[in-house]
Design a protein around this ligand. Structure first.
Ligand SMILES: CC(C)(COP(=O)(O)OP(=O)(O)OC[C@H]1O[C@@H](n2cnc3c(N)ncnc32)[C@H](O)[C@@H]1OP(=O)(O)O)[C@@H](O)C(=O)NCCC(=O)NCCS
Length: 191
């Protein structure tokens, strides 16, 4: 939780109403990162629709912000109804912020959110040549199963405890305070 993040960045959850920020972030991904994130080629239009649908549904999205701009995200998407026990996790970090520990910090926060929601298995799918993602999955002791062109990492989360719930609440209250400061500073910016 006390991750040292590059460029004074911070991690907080995205709130409903921040779809535009998510959309702009996804559109800024370089072609390789975009391909890796979506396991293939996707159009700008696809990304616009994807961002609109993702924010505010069942997903929990943690964002990595630098100077108010969203530069990285981890999406936790529960699978199955009505009480899902599994979820998919997917990451997108803009190129200049890759390999600086942001993915590791986002995964840590995502695991905590999953644990507190009773999501016991997390699936992380990636292309087989995505070394960074594979290393990230290995680092968190994911069981990897290899397919022809893709790999699925599976991480088990521990049971929620009052302490784990408290850790998430504390992180959220800090995230809320910084989000409010960010809104204020954007409102006060000269036009
Ligand atoms: C894959 C991704 C999430 C990894 O996040 P990251 O912030 O770049 O990774 P981290 O800095 O936390 O590094 C995680 C581990 O990967 C390994 N790693 C880091 N940089 C690496 C590199 N250039 N080559 C190989 N392995 C690397 C290290 O083992 C590292 O752990 P360590 O620093 O404790 O040794 C990020 O690069 C990304 O979003 N890429 C584009 C989209 C994508 O590939 N999404 C994944 C599929 S959903």
């Amino acid at each position: 939780m006390n991750d040292v993040l590059p460029n004074g960045g911070l991690i907080r959850k995205l709130w409903i109403g921040e779809a535009e920020r998510y959309r702009e972030h996804l559109l800024r991904l370089d072609p390789v990162s975009r391909r890796n994130r979506f396991a293939g080629t996707v159009s700008d239009d696809f990304l616009r629709r994807y961002a609109d649908l993702s924010v505010g549904l069942d997903s929990v999205i943690h964002g990595f912000f630098v100077d108010g701009a969203l530069r990285g995200a981890a999406e936790l998407k529960p699978i199955g109804q009505p009480l899902p026990h599994e979820a998919e996790v997917a990451f997108s970090i803009e190129k200049p912020w890759q390999s600086h520990g942001v993915g590791s910090a986002l995964l840590e926060r995502t695991l905590l959110a999953a644990r507190n929601r009773g999501l016991k298995f997390l699936h992380m799918a990636c292309l087989a040549d995505n070394k960074r993602m594979l290393e990230l999955a290995r680092k968190f002791e994911a069981e990897l199963s290899f397919d022809f062109s893709s790999v699925v990492g599976e991480v088990r989360t521990p049971r929620a405890t009052p302490l784990s719930v408290m850790r998430e609440i504390l992180a959220d209250s800090h995230g809320f305070a910084t989000a409010m400061l960010d809104v204020q500073s954007r409102l006060l910016r000269p036009v």
